[in-house]
Design a protein around this ligand. Structure first.
Ligand SMILES: Nc1ncnc2c1ncn2[C@@H]1O[C@H](COP(=O)(O)OP(=O)(O)O)[C@@H](O)[C@H]1O
Ligand SMILES: CC(=O)OP(=O)(O)O
Ligand SMILES: [Mg+2]
Length: 408
């Protein structure tokens, strides 16, 4: 019977999981199956594939306890499905992407009741994400108390940022209660950074910007493979425009909402997290594919959809400029996550605007989502690299609890 690690990656728009089977001789992990429940509130969909691409499930998640982004869930039916697809193996540990580690949690940690209580205290720092990422931990702790669970922090990778990058220009006492810049998508950046020595040893030691463009989106500036700056800050609202999140906005806008509209905390949270970004500007969709369809089909919403797409690219370009200044130049640009990996038009728009930096895009390579999409005479190497947060979670589990893998 082989050992299996279950890696959970709860994001703002989906609950993804991967089952990793550990080789019985050397313990190396390989993918057994991958699945996701897309947590759209109306019609959650569950799909899963085996490592060879065979579809194992593709259905609406009809169960009444279907998880949604706003309502943590009973994990029972999903766990039952997972346990019936272990190829005779046994889950020995579960790793979780936990979005916020606060000032103290940097490395992965074995979850105890005390640690869970500490992580719950961080919910005000990430009100949209933290409850969703902690929900499966609580369910598993209740239903399978003997199963070790490991928390892997999205904020952890950015602890290498210089002190100045963590600081916010507000009265100092806020820092004492943890109100400072953290940065997110750290598991994704850690994965890309871990791939660099093999992909391009020069870039691994160089100045690189990784663009994690998914439902949530951020950029990370890497020097020698370490985070030196990132566009998200105190919360996962900062920085780039996102699917439904605003990204960086003038705090005066919030003051206006409060003063002129009497908006309270709930209204502001809902507006900035759920009704802004691509959705807010286009008025029709948070999803890049859907927006591009509106433009291509010249629907009545096409003009606003186009403007949303343009603003998304504009903000990426603007923030790449800022990070390039901090890095003192740029050697490589790496696109990853849903949009970064699949949306050739967005990559082309961004790279065209950065021509002044010496970026030259290979149009064919870009259309084919090739690993390297810059030309050989480009001053900056531009790559497309699929992220793998779940593999990072699995490796973190093995590193944190190495003795788990010993068979009785
Ligand atoms: N083929 C595609 N072309 C353009 N955009 C895509 C494509 N596939 C996925 N996306 C976009 O990727 C985004 C979701 O990214 P993903 O990394 O899966 O999000 P999450 O933050 O939920 O992990 C959506 O905006 C979606 O439209
Ligand atoms: C931190 C964050 O924004 O996560 P996601 O991209 O999963 O929404
Ligand atoms: Mg994600």
């Amino acid at each position: 019977m082989s050992d299996v690690i279950l890696a959970f990656n709860c994001g703002s728009s989906s609950l993804k999981f991967t089952l990793f089977q550990l080789d019985t001789t050397d313990g190396a992990p390989s993918v057994l199956a991958h699945g996701a429940v897309e947590t759209t509130p109306d019609a959650p969909r569950f799909h899963a594939t085996a490592s060879n691409g065979t579809v194992l499930a593709d259905q609406t998640w009809a169960h009444p306890d279907a998880p949604t982004a706003s309502a943590p869930f009973s994990l029972g039916p999903l766990f039952e499905w997972i346990e019936s697809h272990l190829a005779g193996g046994k889950i020995i540990a579960v790793g979780h992407r936990v979005v916020h580690g606060g000032p103290h949690f940097i490395s992965p940690v074995l979850i105890t009741p005390d640690i869970l209580a500490e992580l719950e205290k961080l919910t005000p720092f990430a009100p949209l994400h933290q409850p969703v990422t902690l929900a499966p931990i609580k369910v598993i702790a209740a239903e399978r108390p003997s199963l070790p669970q490991i928390a892997c922090f999205d904020t952890g990778f950015h602890h290498t940022m210089p002190a100045i990058a963590h600081l916010l220009p507000i009265p100092r006492h806020y820092e004492d209660v943890g109100v400072r810049r953290y940065g997110f998508h750290g598991l994704s950046y850690a994965y890309i950074a871990s791939r660099l020595p093999e992909l391009d040893p020069k870039l691994a030691q160089g100045r690189v910007i990784v663009a994690h463009l998914g439902s949530g989106a951020s950029l990370c500036a890497l020097k020698n493979g370490k985070s030196v700056e990132t566009t998200m800050g105190f919360s996962a609202l900062d920085g780039l425009m996102m699917g439904t999140r605003c990204g960086a906005i003038d705090p005066g806008v919030l003051l206006y909402m409060m003063q002129e509209e009497g908006a309270g905390w709930h209204t502001i949270v809902d507006t900035l997290y759920h009704h802004s970004g691509l959705l807010g500007v286009s008025g029709v969709a948070a999803d890049m594919r859907s927006l591009r369809e509106h433009v291509a089909e010249q629907t009545s919403q096409a003009a606003n959809a186009r403007e949303a797409l343009d603003l998304f690219a504009y903000r990426v370009v603007r923030e790449i400029g800022a990070l390039t200044a901090l890095l003192g130049g740029l050697d490589g640009l790496i696109f990853t996550a849903g949009i970064g990996e699949h949306d050739a038009a967005l990559r082309s728009e961004v790279c065209s605007a950065l021509r002044w930096l010496g970026i030259r895009l290979d149009t064919n390579a870009n259309q084919q989502h090739a690993p390297v999409i810059s030309t050989s005479d480009s001053a900056i190497i531009v790559r497309v690299e699929p992220t793998n947060e779940e593999l990072m979670i699995c490796l973190n589990v093995l590193q944190t609890a190495p003795n788990l893998t010993q068979q009785p």
